[in-house]
Design a protein around this ligand. Structure first.
Ligand SMILES: Cc1cc2nc3c(=O)[nH]c(=O)nc-3n(C[C@H](O)[C@H](O)[C@H](O)COP(=O)(O)OP(=O)(O)OC[C@H]3O[C@@H](n4cnc5c(N)ncnc54)[C@H](O)[C@@H]3O)c2cc1C
Length: 402
C-alpha cells in the first residue's frame, strides 16, 4: 500500500472538488478519485452549460425550499453559504453575478470557467488526482475507515468522503455505485425517484407551440386527493413535441414522480394567462379580442379546441364555445402520462438517510471516518442553484473539519 492520505475523496463533482480543495488548503494530503476521464463532468452540464451556481436567498428561506429535510442543511450553510461560495470563487479568479437578482452565475455564463478554476486550484494545492479510477470497495476495521480498493489499486486513509452523486443522467457519471457501497456498509438508502425532468402528456396539440415560452405559468393537480391537491408550482413553461418542459415542469416533476408510479396518468391544470376567469373576461372585453393574452400559436390551438376562429371579436363570441374558451384560458388541462426516468433526471430524490449522518460534520453515524456530501445524501431542492449550493456547502463542511 502507498503512504496514507489524510483524506480520500471519491467523486469530482461540486461536492468532491470543494472538499478536496478545502482539506488541502488546511495542509492535508488529499487524494481525489474520479471514475470518468475528466473532472466535474456533470458540473460542466449544469444550467445548460452556464452553471447556475447558487442563488441570493438567505439561509432560512433557502432551507425552506428543501421541504421537510431542510433543517439538515443549517450547519453546512452556516459554514459555507452563497456569500462564502461567491467569495471563494472570487478568490480563485471567477467573478459571479445575478442578472435576475436571484440566480447566480459566473459572469462568463460558461461552466468551463468554473471547472478550469477548480482544477487549477486542485493542482496548485497538490491534490493527487486520479482519473479513470473507480471505487470498488471500502476497507474498514471495527467500523473505522482504513482505505479503499479501486480499479487502479489500493489507497490508505482513515478519512473517506463519498461524493459520488445520485442516479440522474448516468452518462454524466451517476452510476449509483456510491449508494450501493453505502448500503453494503449498513446505511439506509431512502427510496430513489427521478426528479427534475420533462414530462410527457397525452395531449399532442402543444407540439404546434414549441417556439413559445409561457412566463410564470402556474400548475396544479386536478384530482380529488388531499396530498396531490396541495401540489402547485409557478414558473416558465415550454412546450415539446411530446409534452412539457421548462423550470416549472422540472420543479413539478420532482413532486409528482412518486405518484406517477402508482397512477397511470395524472391530470393537471395550467394557468398560462396569470388571470382568473373574471379577469380574462374583462381583458377580452377591453381588447374586443385576444390582444396579447397568450402567444398566437397557443391561442390558435385553444380556439381550435373550442371551434372558435382566433380572429373573432369578443362581442361575437357566443354560448358554450365562449364559456369553454374562458375556462380553458383560465385553466388549461393536460394529462401527464410519463417521463424518461433517471436518463433525463437532473436530480435524484432520496439517498443516504440523513438520520445516519451528523449534520455538523457530514460524518456517518455508523462508520467512523466516513463522510457524505452532495447529491448522494437524501437532500434535494428545486431549480435555481439550490442543489449546487448544497453540494458545495456539504462538501466544504466535510473537507474543513479534519
Ligand atoms: C443537466 C443538468 C443540469 C443541472 N443544472 C443545475 C444548475 O444549473 N444548478 C444547480 O444547482 N443544480 C443543477 N443540476 C444538479 C446538480 O448538477 C447536482 O445536484 C450536483 O452536480 C451534484 O453534485 P455532486 O458533487 O453531489 O455529484 P456529481 O456532480 O454527480 O459528481 C459525482 C461524481 O462521482 C463520480 N463517481 C460516481 N461513482 C464513482 C465511483 N464508484 N468511483 C469514482 N467516481 C465515482 C461520478 O463520475 C461523478 O463525476 C443539474 C443537473 C443536471 C443533470
Amino acid at each position: 500500500m502507498n503512504k496514507p492520505y489524510d483524506l480520500i475523496v471519491i467523486g469530482s463533482g461540486a461536492a468532491g472538488q470543494i472538499a478536496a480543495i478545502t482539506a488541502a488548503q488546511n495542509n492535508k494530503k488529499v487524494l481525489l478519485c474520479e471514475q470518468l476521464d475528466s473532472l466535474g463532468v456533470k458540473l460542466k452540464a449544469t444550467g445548460g452549460g452556464r452553471c447556475n451556481l447558487t442563488n441570493t436567498l438567505d439561509n432560512e428561506p433557502f432551507m425552506q425550499a428543501f421541504g421537510r429535510n431542510g433543517k439538515f442543511l443549517l450547519d453546512a450553510l452556516k459554514a459555507f453559504d452563497h456569500k462564502a461560495l461567491t467569495n471563494f470563487f472570487h478568490s480563485i479568479g471567477v467573478e459571479t453575478h445575478s442578472p435576475d437578482g436571484f440566480r447566480i452565475f459566473p459572469t462568463t455564463h460558461n461552466s468551463n470557467t468554473i471547472l478550469q478554476a477548480l482544477e487549477n486550484e486542485l493542482k496548485k494545492l497538490s491534490v493527487d488526482i486520479k482519473l479513470n479510477t473507480k471505487l470498488e470497495t471500502i476497507l474498514t476495521n471495527k467500523e473505522c475507515i482504513e482505505g479503499i480498493q479501486t480499479t487502479q489499486g489500493t489507497f490508505k486513509s482513515s478519512h473517506l468522503l463519498l461524493a459520488t452523486g445520485g442516479l440522474g443522467y448516468p452518462k454524466l457519471g451517476a452510476t449509483g455505485e456510491g449508494l450501493k457501497i453505502a448500503k453494503d456498509l449498513g446505511h439506509t438508502i431512502s427510496e430513489l425517484y427521478p426528479a427534475m425532468m420533462p414530462l410527457y402528456t397525452k395531449e399532442t396539440w402543444q407540439a404546434n407551440c414549441t417556439a413559445n415560452t409561457i412566463a410564470k405559468a402556474t400548475i396544479k393537480v386536478n384530482l380529488e386527493n388531499k396530498k396531490l391537491k396541495k401540489l402547485q408550482a409557478t414558473g416558465d413553461l415550454i412546450f415539446t413535441k411530446n409534452g412539457l418542459r421548462g423550470p416549472v415542469i422540472l420543479d413539478f416533476a420532482r413532486e409528482i414522480t412518486p405518484f406517477l408510479e402508482k397512477l397511470d396518468a395524472v391530470p393537471i391544470l395550467i394557468n398560462m394567462t396569470r388571470k382568473s376567469e373574471d379577469e380574462i373576461i374583462q381583458y377580452l372585453k377591453k381588447h374586443n379580442g385576444f390582444g396579447t393574452l397568450l402567444p398566437q400559436s397557443v391561442l390558435n390551438q385553444l380556439c381550435a379546441i373550442c371551434d372558435i376562429d382566433p380572429k373573432t371579436n369578443y362581442k361575437n363570441l357566443k354560448g358554450n364555445s365562449k364559456d369553454k374558451l374562458i375556462k380553458l384560458l383560465a385553466w388549461t388541462p393536460f394529462t401527464i402520462v410519463g417521463h424518461d426516468g433517471f436518463a433525463k433526471a437532473m436530480i435524484t430524490r432520496g439517498g443516504v438517510s440523513i438520520k445516519q449522518i451528523d449534520p455538523k460534520t457530514m460524518q456517518s453515524k455508523l462508520i467512523k471516518g466516513l463522510y457524505f456530501a452532495g447529491e448522494i445524501v437524501d437532500i434535494d431542492g428545486p431549480c435555481g442553484g439550490y442543489n449546487l449550493q448544497w453540494a458545495f456547502s456539504s462538501g466544504y463542511l466535510a473537507g474543513s473539519l479534519l
